[in-house]
Design a protein around this ligand. Sequence first.
Ligand code: AHR
Length: 503
Amino acid sequence: MLPVSLTLDPAFRVGPVRRRTFGSFVEHLGRCVYTGIHDPGHPTADEDGFRGDVIDLTRELGISTVRYPGGNFVSGYRWEDGIGPRADRPTRLDLAWHSSDPNLVGVDEFMRWSTKAGTEPMMAVNLGTRGVQEALDLLEYCNVRGGTRLSDLRRANGAVDPHDVRMWCLGNEMDGPWQIGHKTAHEYGRLAAETARAMRMIDPELELVACGSSGRHMPTFGEWERIVLGEAYEHVDYISAHAYYWEEDGDLGSFLASAVDMDQFVESVTATADAVRSAKRASKRIHISFDEWNVWYQQRAESKPPTGHDWPVAPVLLEDRYNVADAVVVGNLLISLLRHTDRVHSASLAQLVNVIAPIMTEPGGRSWRQTTFHPFAQASEHAVGDVLQVAIDAPTYETAKFGEVPVVDAVATWDAETGAVALFAVNRSLTETVELSVDVRSLPGLGRVVAATSLANPDHTWAATVDDATSVLPRHNSTAALVDGRLTAQVPPVSWNVVRLGS
Ligand code: AHR
């Protein structure tokens, strides 16, 4: 048993828990939209063709914002194709995913789905094949009350009230050579600045996200952020970060430490944004929208798009099946996002359904929760109030990718009004149970363990399937006890743990 000491203290406050940390992403990709959120023949489908079971799971997952419609898809997307009578909508080639899109779901349907799912829509505009004018057109269609051609068109299409979308992404991954309309940092920075400036002429209060890097491994990482913000600093609120390069490739120890990499990613982008701020003598700060993140096994066959003359509608793409270790890493990545709540103001788990997703569906059939569903749902439900940095005194282990890392990582939240505390912790040891000893004496009024759960399995490769999604779930951890301001709990190897304390 490895002893690990943690200390929680209200003085370690980082900032508020932000609901937008618990966002997700719906792209026209594979079966995310078609047979994912939309499946008119499904027994639970509503009058719009949306699956009721998926809406229920989205609510259970505790999703706040949902980014739409891409992703790489957006860089070739003509939003006008997806409005008006469905019979008149064209089927188009989706070059990003070598698929066809019948445009049965478009902006108005997505907004209706968002309302039903209780989520906030976050739109991306196409700055790949398109530019300032088309972004303005979409904004007019979505947000102007009426009395103009496009706002009246929306009203004629059944949406009398404006969609009032607050958060807008200025393109997607424009640093990536795979992106349709890929640009240099200077080209993109100018376009982002001019698009943002014009969009604010319609609505100065919009929250605008400039594209940051598609990953910390990109050769332009750092310089990209510096140049883009150099051009667009005054006009945007956020710089995006995307990261998917965490996967178990035979080195489980490094994989379990993936959050170290996310920490460094966030801290590097923050430093770059603040350097631009200093150079410009600006007072405002740019925050991070970590609007694509997840474990993704990119080399697996299901991540390869079709080729040649095959342009299917809703092919099986990126349908990763997640195991227990993947769930522990997803939990740890959430710990990292929460720990940086002072600078990460929004984040999107990519994606929501079927495509590298916590929710899976059979076309016309059953739906189920992947292992990664559980840490997300628990963190979204129980992270309330303020985020507290946790002081960790733990043994370390050596990793090939990230050097020496502590065996435990943790973050806590504290609701000053109710006194409720939630501790989120992972045990990254492959073999050892950890004995947590948590000093909570500085937090007032704590009298009991409200609930304690651990997600783990002797076989960390266990993955949920449509036939068995419940053999491994977060289970009650009966070892948790609170005595004289000290919480103790034993947490198993390769585990995600939540302990809630109250009066
Ligand atoms: O989420 C899958 C893809 O990953 C997105 O379309 C793209 O933005 C990223 O590269």
